[in-house]
Design a protein around this ligand. Structure first.
Ligand SMILES: Cc1cc2nc3c(=O)[nH]c(=O)nc-3n(C[C@H](O)[C@H](O)[C@H](O)COP(=O)(O)OP(=O)(O)OC[C@H]3O[C@@H](n4cnc5c(N)ncnc54)[C@H](O)[C@@H]3O)c2cc1C
Ligand code: SF4
Length: 340
């Protein structure tokens, strides 16, 4: 498969990058590592006439801060650097662990954290070459007028398949977007639309500059990924679990067995066009110590909420069952980290 012809631009400043995209309009697109965009272009799913690299923008290539104050990760930081960065490994081990499960070492050398958070949605009827898609008369997401997964539906159900997205939502990360119109911060939890075509709140002219992780005061998180091949594969279910503890006197705590869960989030990835927050799981955990009764109740709520569709790997009913198992795994992982 060959890439279509396009003009390649390499701006050196954010101002230059956002001006190029504003001037060239919807026919242009940013590229970072290209591990998602270029295969999509080869399959004629995305066809920008101008491709604007974000790899030479110094501000997007920095990691600043530490756990106590919170950390900023530039959007062009590669996944390999995320996995190997000492501050991230020490203060945000869940980010390093989730990034380590993404694709292969070679792809992690190219792929970036920004590209991962902006990944196109996936579907068995879409992640195919042009001729394959033409043979079924295409689908709603690109060039067609029917959804082959839910033929009666006017909506695309392609799946949000990034490993870092559920983790960012669970821990309360924020994303900084810049365009010629100015700058805005948006919570990861409000950034994804439940629509496989219009899957982001980001406008095409906005550049993702960096990702802001909150201070690590009293919370812990775990990510558990279901995939066919352990070596590399997209998640067909990813469970991110987050808990923040308080000790009995209301002070922040880093998690003793007797401490109370003051806040919790369970976020399911890989089963819908956007990450799915299971509030019922959180309610089962909040206000009590993290013990087996609460963990079982939270896992059951995740099972009830999970409604995977038949458009990725594995039988979807089994993936629903696995939502319970993988929530148990994530919460048991957090439980094993409590002290005393
Ligand atoms: C074989 C294979 C296996 C994979 N396995 C996994 C996996 O297991 N888990 C997983 O999560 N992903 C997986 N991926 C997907 C992909 O490799 C990663 O998600 C990677 O992090 C994407 O980053 P990138 O820099 O290459 O993105 P790119 O392809 O450069 O960009 C992706 C999208 O983001 C936009 N973009 C990039 N940077 C910016 C920016 N700063 N501002 C605005 N827009 C921007 C681009 O326009 C494009 O739409 C896999 C890919 C392949 C090919
Ligand atoms: S969910 Fe439906 S419309 Fe969306 S990519 Fe799959 S087949 Fe196409």
């Amino acid at each position: 498969m060959r890439l279509p012809k396009f003009t390649y631009r390499t701006p050196r400043t954010i101002a230059e990058a956002v001006k190029i995209v504003a001037d060239t309009g919807p026919e242009s697109q940013f590229v970072a590592g290209g591990t998602d965009l270029y295969p999509n272009m080869k399959r004629r799913q995305q066809m920008p006439k101008t491709v604007i690299s974000v790899m030479r923008l110094p501000e997007l290539n920095q990691i600043t801060g530490e756990g106590k104050s919170g950390i900023r990760i530039g959007a062009s930081i590669t996944l390999t650097d995320i996995v190997e960065n000492e501050t991230i490994k020490r203060d945000y081990p869940v980010i390093a662990a989730a990034a380590r499960t993404i694709s292969t070492p070679i792809l992690r050398n190219m792929g970036t954290i920004g590209g991962n958070l902006l990944l196109d949605t996936r579907c068995n009827y879409y992640d195919q070459n042009y001729e394959w898609r033409k043979a079924i008369n295409f689908c709603l997401k690109k060039d067609g007028d029917i959804c082959w997964v839910a033929p009666g539906s006017s909506k695309c159900w392609a799946v949000q398949s990034s490993d870092l997205v559920p983790v960012m939502v669970a821990i309360g990360a924020r994303l900084r977007l810049v365009s010629t119109l100015g700058e805005r911060m948006i919570e990861a939890s409000g950034f994804y639309n439940d629509d496989g075509i219009d899957y982001l709140k980001k406008r095409p002219d906005e550049l993702l500059v960096d990702i802001h992780l909150p201070p690590t005061n009293g919370w812990r998180a775990s990510y558990q990924k279901l995939r066919r091949r352990g070596a590399f594969d997209f998640p067909v279910l990813g469970v991110a679990a987050y808990v923040r503890y308080e000790s009995a006197d209301g002070a922040l705590s880093h998690g003793r067995a007797s401490d109370i869960v003051a806040d919790a989030k369970i976020v399911l990835g890989g089963i819908a066009p956007s990450p799915v927050q299971v509030n019922e799981s959180a309610q089962a955990l909040i206000g009590k110590p993290l013990n087996q009764d609460q963990i079982q109740a939270a896992a059951e709520a995740a099972y009830v909420k999970a409604r995977p569709l038949d458009n990725t790997d594995f039988v979807y009913q089994w993936r629903k069952q696995m939502a319970r198992q993988y929530t148990l795994r994530a919460l048991n992982d957090l439980h094993s980290q409590t002290e005393g």
